[in-house]
Design a protein around this ligand. Structure first.
Ligand SMILES: [Zn+2]
Length: 331
């Protein structure tokens, strides 16, 4: 066990203890987070030696094989057109599809593509993109489909090094071992999992081409959902989330490492509500009764889920969503 008494974001001291239950699998374990006196970020105070025990082999980001999920006949062409529409087109096709397709995974996929459009691909299809904590590589696979020529995913827990049939590549290693130059380095809900966020940021910066950018998407405590649900807020996700940044904490961390935040886009979803309501009711995320497992058979009605999605959109516009995409550039 490693105990940390210093805020990973700003170096501040701990104040309040926040005790959070493990609620993805419902393991009946509690973990203590410290709240920073300066920036109000939270960090897991006592990090277990073997965190891999909390990432079972069916962990959702590793589980989905990109070639099977997006590469199969029928889906491949659709995924290609949607990806191109968002990244290089006018998003019309993606917008139409979003109205018709209700599948949660499709909407998550669109949010990720939209964040890349927000970050910008400075050299178009010649842009070099590195996705850190890529899991099985669904995103880099989609970038390959869209025609991005250099699309690499890195993840120390990827099953193996792999060349995907869309032209993208996944490498199983630590970020510190990656070589090359990239126009965009992305962390899609991986930054809150890394043991040393400052070091990850430094490593990402090392790989940037001149004018390159870093995109960090992750949950934030500076949100209506955390204010409302407290320790039942689903995106605390103890003990997998090691640091849950405040907006102020992210500002300070960037500045300490020669980076500046040039944009932020909230992209929270109804998950913050149905997920947190489930935690309140003692229903783990992976439970059979969870919206994640049985969207039609959960405790919540379609109308409730729709209302939560709408409220999330309003919070995003107000900058109070429970997750944000931060865009960083070198100072
Ligand atoms: Zn702090």
């Amino acid at each position: 066990m490693t105990t940390s008494w210093e805020c990973p974001a700003c170096g501040g001291a701990p104040t309040t203890d926040v005790v959070v239950r493990e609620m993805m699998f419902g393991r009946d374990e509690e973990f203590t987070y410290s709240e920073c006196v300066e920036c109000a970020s939270l960090w897991l105070r006592d990090v277990p030696d073997d965190l891999s025990a909390y990432y079972p082999t069916d962990y959702y980001s590793i589980d989905v094989d990109p070639e099977r999920a997006l590469g199969r006949p029928g889906v491949r062409q659709f995924a290609t057109l949607v990806s191109r529409s968002v990244l290089f087109g006018r998003r019309r096709l993606a917008g139409l599809a979003a109205r018709v397709v209700r599948m949660r995974q499709f909407h998550s996929f669109l949010i990720v593509l939209d964040s890349l459009a927000f970050a910008g691909l400075p050299r178009g299809r010649d842009s070099r993109v590195l996705d850190v904590g890529c899991g099985s590589g669904v995103l880099v696979y989609a970038l390959g489909l869209a025609g991005v020529r250099t699309s690499v995913g890195v993840d120390p827990f990827a099953p193996t090094d792999r060349d995907l049939d869309s032209g993208a590549r996944v490498v199983r290693r630590d970020l510190s071992e990656v070589e090359g130059t990239f126009d965009l380095v992305t962390f899609h809900h991986s930054f809150e999992h890394v043991p040393d966020p400052a070091e990850s940021l430094v490593q990402a910066k090392r790989l940037l081409a001149p004018g390159g950018r870093i995109l960090v998407r992750m949950p934030t405590v500076s949100s209506a959902a955390y204010d409302e649900y407290g320790t039942d807020w689903v995106q605390l996700d103890a003990p997998r989330h090691l640091t849950v940044f405040s907006r102020a904490g992210m500002d300070v961390l960037a500045g300490r490492h020669g980076l500046k935040i040039v944009g932020a886009l909230d992209d929270s979803t109804g998950f913050q509500f149905w997920g947190s309501e489930q935690v309140r009711r003692g229903i783990p995320l992976m439970d059979e009764r969870s919206v994640l497992r049985s969207p039609g058979g959960s405790t919540f009605s379609r109308a409730e889920l729709d209302a939560w999605a709408q409220r999330a959109a309003e919070l995003n516009r107000a900058g109070r969503g429970d997750q944000t995409a931060w865009l960083l550039e070198c100072l």
